[in-house]
Design a protein around this ligand. Structure first.
Ligand code: ADP
Ligand code: TRP
Length: 323
């Protein structure tokens, strides 16, 4: 049996990139027989960049609602808020003391973030240690993540190794990253990687009118309506091809090549495709956002299951360290 674990920061509402690149593949993995999944909302990590508590609460709910809308089975698996299981922060401290300073200083994601952000706090620096705690607390075997997380996973293994060396036995399980190389980076409306931080994302849960406005902003070239268009370079086409059925994609391709088909048409088709494909998740999402008390019940039940596992690991660790 493999224990799968992953987390998503509550630093924004999940966008199409998060859904196609992380949430759906993780849910697929969770359905494989013999797998047991531990998925959590990394709200402590979000504090490194988001200080507003009201917003955090809203994002936590939106992330929870997204996992549930796409059918994550929380009765068979474990689903919780990181901040509610205090063992994460306790283990974070222990692991801090097993983490070489230069390892953190050389982390590429820290370097990237510290160049981009106006405020560089210590939490941003020790971010990978808390991530290691998230993973090692639950003896997780497989961690599905995006390519950008590869180095963080190597650090988790390294930290676990150092701890085990001290303990003289394999107290902590070495996790393995599962990076699906086939998964492409979903482009945002400006053609760059879709990301919360670039404000180029598509929130598929927006009401139809607002969603339409966002899709209208997708960058395109100025080829006149009558002329044929290069679908290979077009962002609307790329997004459509990720969502639509192969026959529909071929049809759009032919429309581009024929001419007399404008980007406005393509964007309308993309909108229709999103509304049809995500009809059920959109309805469920709205339902959960209106019944947040149901989300709370689900997260609370998950929290209890998570805590039971976390406490067992923490007891072993305290023993090794003489606390
Ligand atoms: P963001 O860049 O919006 O802040 P996160 O870093 O919080 O997104 O990513 C959460 C998860 O979603 C990660 O596993 C990441 O790999 C995945 N993800 C984010 N953006 C994309 C994208 N544009 N294409 C594919 N996967 C993505
Ligand atoms: N750092 C991850 C990201 O930005 C989120 C995360 C926090 C995580 N803790 C984790 C992912 C543990 C996997 C396992 O996407």
């Amino acid at each position: 049996m493999s224990r799968i674990l992953t987390g998503i920061q509550s630093s924004g509402r999940p966008h199409l990139g998060n859904i196609l690149g992380a949430i759906l593949p993780a849910i697929e993995l969770s359905k494989e027989p013999g797998n047991e999944s531990f998925f959590f909302i990394a709200d402590l990590h979000s504090l490194t960049t988001l200080k507003d508590g009201k917003l955090r609460e809203e994002y936590v709910r939106a992330i929870a609602a997204t996992w549930l809308s796409f059918g994550f089975d929380t009765s068979k698996n474990v689903f919780w808020r990181q901040s509610r299981v205090q063992e994460h922060t306790e283990l974070n401290w222990y692991l801090n003391c097993f983490t070489p300073f230069p390892m953190l200083a050389n982390a590429t994601s820290y370097k990237d973030k510290s160049e981009r952000l106006s405020e560089v706090n210590a939490g941003l620096f020790t971010y990978p240690v808390l991530q290691a705690a998230d993973i090692l607390l639950y003896n997780a075997n497989i961690i599905p993540v995006g390519k950008d997380q590869k180095q963080h996973l190597e650090m988790s293994r390294d930290i676990a190794n150092r701890f085990n060396l001290q303990a003289g036995e394999e107290v902590l399980v070495l996790p393995e990253a599962r990076i699906d190389e086939r998964l492409m980076t979903i482009p945002g409306i400006d053609g760059q990687k879709m990301s919360k931080s670039y404000h180029n994302f598509i929130d598929i849960f927006l009401p139809e009118k607002e969603l339409k406005k966002v899709l209208k902003k997708i960058k395109s070239d100025s080829t006149p309506l009558e002329e044929p268009k290069d679908w290979q370079q077009d962002i609307t086409f790329k997004l459509y091809s990720l969502l639509a059925a192969p026959a529909q994609v071929e049809e759009m391709k032919a429309n581009y090549e024929r001419g007399g088909y404008g980007y406005g048409h393509a964007k309308q088709e993309l909108l229709d495709c999103i509304l049809t494909k995500f009809d059920e998740p959109r309805k469920k999402f709205d339902y959960y956002m209106e019944h947040t008390e149901e989300l709370e019940v689900i997260l609370k039940a998950g929290e209890e299951k998570a805590r039971a596992v976390a406490q067992e690991t923490i007891q072993k660790i305290r023993k090794v360290l003489g606390f």
